[in-house]
Design a protein. Structure first.
Lengths: 369, 352
């Protein structure tokens, strides 16, 4: 009947253990219609439809992601998303406007205090938003009539999303695997299905084995380019330069672009490797083991060619590109099932508001279950 | 208008309430009541009035979910059968949105409409929206922005002026006589002196009409008309409300990318936002030449040397090299074209 059924027969093992591959059954042609209508209706409704557009997009991708003959589903409602977006926008506007209002009212002491305190206040709120966002995203996801849930707390998010990236940046990426470990333990390791938890304990050694190659790429690519860029900049501003200013500006810009490209490429390599490690270290309910076998070069190639194709077609290749990536990622993911998947009971009653999820969406946090 | 004739059975699977257990099942309905029966044994699994069921909307070919009041769910891949059944029992049409989304030559038309709408939004709607926003902005808003910006600058970069009081008074008097020739009158502007420090010889306008002039710029030249030309240029920024326009435009473009773009991929979204930053650069170049022309006209009206601004650019051009280029020059590049444009416009104004 479908690929999964065939592979299930092949992958049959004794004592009821069998490998169930994920698969993605959407097509670029089908998603193109959904995508273009989403854009059209969003423009016509001055952006209001974008909330419902998100629901249709997510339902298409979740609904076409299949495991053991069943698909996932996305249950958020358009109105929920819209309210979440409005709350986040109003809050961000208030956050931005407050210092102006204080300065205007000549409350210069308060203005100074607000300028110092507000950024920290936002930092303090971010873990809470992430925690609630991940919970919302989990609770609106179902598989076989049972919702996912998320149990991560505030300090977990604080460690995974603030301390981790800070340490990684401070050590110029040397502690990035530690940050990745915290992040995956928090995001995947706090998910539950039918009240049974996912455990995710990626080992540091395994993470570092995925780290050295992208790190080497950055070192070999970035170091010479940085030296070149700094030298050019110094030369240009020393007053010794006699060449056209535009030439220097263009060269510096090109060096900058090359730097971004190297970071981007190494980042894709790292991301794919870390995902493999994290999924291979994840177990649902103490018995069903996740597996991920993304090819790092293949993954980077798909991401980069998708990007180039989307740019050169002025965006119109995006549906094809999105489906292509979803297909590859799903095909490289599997669940080794011990026993059956049919004895789980839904424990989730309410999804709560979409505020955290919409904040994450706007800030570009990307974590799909 | 539910029909009483039995409808062909739809096959799919059924999940008991709250459970991941799955049974092959068939959905039939008659007399406005839907019934799910086991595909093999035929035992009744769930039953409910058709109007009380919650049926998920059709998206592509993803499975349809039909939820019963008891929490059990019938799921089927046969979307067409569900649509026919819904139509017969509830008088519903196939979802309008799904109808539009289907792969069909009509999509070419939709693409064309989207392209036209996007170009129209960027070329026409965005500038109009910016104009409307500028027009409805209460005077308090520019004052808000300006006072906050000046407070921040005073705390970080700028220091109190060390210029002699007589020199400041003389420049302020010249400035007021210049500003008196604007439609807003001299009262709409306020000249402030500061020591520039890291930003060196500089002048800039805040949207509420406050214009900041650094000691370094005043000391750069003894030429009064050159310094006044710069102030007239800054008055031009205020009169044309350039700061507000740029602000609204940036907000508008980011909003367009975020909401209209929807799913463009995170990499492409970054590129769009960076790209719009570059577009803003060319936009502010347009604003600079508008302010240059304004300077020429205002100086002429006030009976000053119309090309005074060009003289300052020449001083800056000849002087640069020892500075670290954080000055007026870096945001106002004194290209030969620009000096020439100012001189040409000054000649035109003179000829009138």
């Amino acid at each position: 009947m479908n690929d999964a059924a065939q592979i299930r027969q092949r992958g049959e093992e004794p004592e009821g253990r069998h490998v169930e591959p994920f698969s993605f059954t959407g097509t670029g042609r089908e998603y193109f219609g959904i995508w273009i209508v989403n854009i059209l209706l969003t423009i016509i409704t001055l952006g209001i439809y974008s909330a419902w557009a998100k629901v249709r997009r997510q339902r298409y991708f979740y609904g076409n992601t299949r495991l053991a003959g069943h698909s996932f589903d996305y249950h958020a409602r358009g109105l929920q998303i819209l309210v979440g977006r409005i709350v986040v926008l109003v809050a961000l506007a208030a956050y931005t406007a407050l210092p102006y209002v204080l300065a205007f009212m000549d409350m210069l002491v308060l203005f100074t205090v607000a300028n110092l305190v507000l950024p920290f206040l936002l930092l303090a709120v971010i873990p809470w938003l992430i925690k609630r966002g991940l919970r919302f995203n989990a609770r609106v996801t179902s598989y076989r009539n049972v919702r996912l849930d998320f149990h991560g707390g505030y300090w977990g998010a604080f460690k995974a999303y603030l301390i981790g990236p800070f340490l990684a940046a401070l050590t110029l990426g040397i502690l990035a695997p530690l940050a990745s470990r915290w992040m995956w333990r928090y995001t995947l390791g706090n998910v539950s299905y039918g009240g049974r938890k996912v455990a995710c304990e990626p080992r540091l050694k395994a993470l570092y084995s995925q780290w050295w190659m992208p790190a080497l790429m950055v070192l070999l690519g970035v170091a010479p380019l940085t030296v070149l860029g700094v030298a050019l900049f110094g030369w240009a501003s020393s007053g010794l330069a006699t060449v056209n200013e535009d030439t220097i500006a263009t060269t510096i810009y090109l060096v900058f672009l090359a730097l971004m490209a190297i970071y981007g490429f190494a980042g894709l390599f790292y991301r794919a490797g870390v995902r493999n490690v994290a999924f291979n270290a994840a177990v649902l309910d103490g018995r069903h083991e996740f597996a991920s076998r993304l090819g790092r070069r293949r993954y980077a190639w798909i991401a980069i060619s998708n990007f180039v194709a989307t740019i050169f077609t002025l965006g119109f290749a995006r549906p094809w590109a999105a489906v292509r990536m979803a297909r590859y990622v799903a095909s490289a993911t599997a669940l080794t099932v011990s026993g059956a998947l049919d004895d789980y009971l839904n424990k989730v009653e309410e999804t709560g508001p979409a505020i955290g999820a919409e904040y994450m969406d706007m800030e570009g946090f990307d974590f799909g279950f | 208008m539910g029909s009483d004739t039995p409808h062909p059975a739809i096959s799919g699977v059924w999940h008991p309430p709250r459970s991941s257990r799955t049974e092959a099942a068939r959905l039939t309905s008659a007399g406005g009541v839907a019934t799910v029966k086991g595909a093999e044994g035929g035992e009744r699994l769930a039953e409910g009035a058709v109007f009380s069921l919650s049926v998920s909307a059709r998206v592509g070919r993803i499975p349809r979910r039909i939820a019963f009041a008891d929490g059990s769910v019938f799921e089927t891949e046969d979307n067409d059968a569900v649509d026919r059944w819904l139509k017969a029992h509830r008088g519903w049409r196939v979802g309008l949105v799904h109808g539009l989304e289907r792969f069909h030559p009509r999509l070419i038309l939709l693409v064309a409409v989207v392209v036209v709408l996007c170009v129209g939004l960027y070329r026409y709607a965005l500038p109009i929206a910016v104009e409307v926003a500028v027009a409805v902005t209460p005077p308090a808003a520019p004052r808000l922005i300006s006072q906050s910006a000046l407070a921040s600058l005073d705390q970080t970069i700028l220091a109190p002026s060390r210029l002699e009081a007589e020199r400041r008074q003389a420049i302020t008097a010249d400035f007021r006589s210049l500003a008196a020739h604007t439609p807003e009158g001299a009262g709409a502007f306020d000249l402030q002196f500061r020591r520039g420090g890291p930003i060196g010889p500089n002048a800039f306008a805040l949207p509420d009409g406050t214009i900041i002039l650094t000691d370094e710029l005043v000391r750069l030249t003894g030429d009064e008309d050159a310094a006044l030309g710069v102030l007239a240029h800054e008055i031009g920024h205020v009169v044309h409300r350039h700061t507000l326009r740029r602000l609204y435009r940036a907000v508008g473009i980011t909003t367009l990318i975020m909401f209209i773009g929807g799913d463009v991929g995170s990499g492409v979204e970054d590129v769009l936002i960076q790209g719009s930053g570059l577009m803003t650069l060319s936009y502010s170049r347009g604003q600079e030449s508008e302010a240059d022309r304004y300077s020429v006209e205002l100086m002429a009206k006030a009976g000053r040397e119309p090309a005074g601004l060009a003289r300052l650019f020449e001083v800056l051009r000849d002087d640069h090299g020892e500075d670290d280029r954080n000055d007026f020059f870096s945001t106002h590049p004194a290209t030969p074209d620009r000096i020439e444009d100012i001189r040409r416009h000054a000649a035109e104004v003179d000829a009138r």
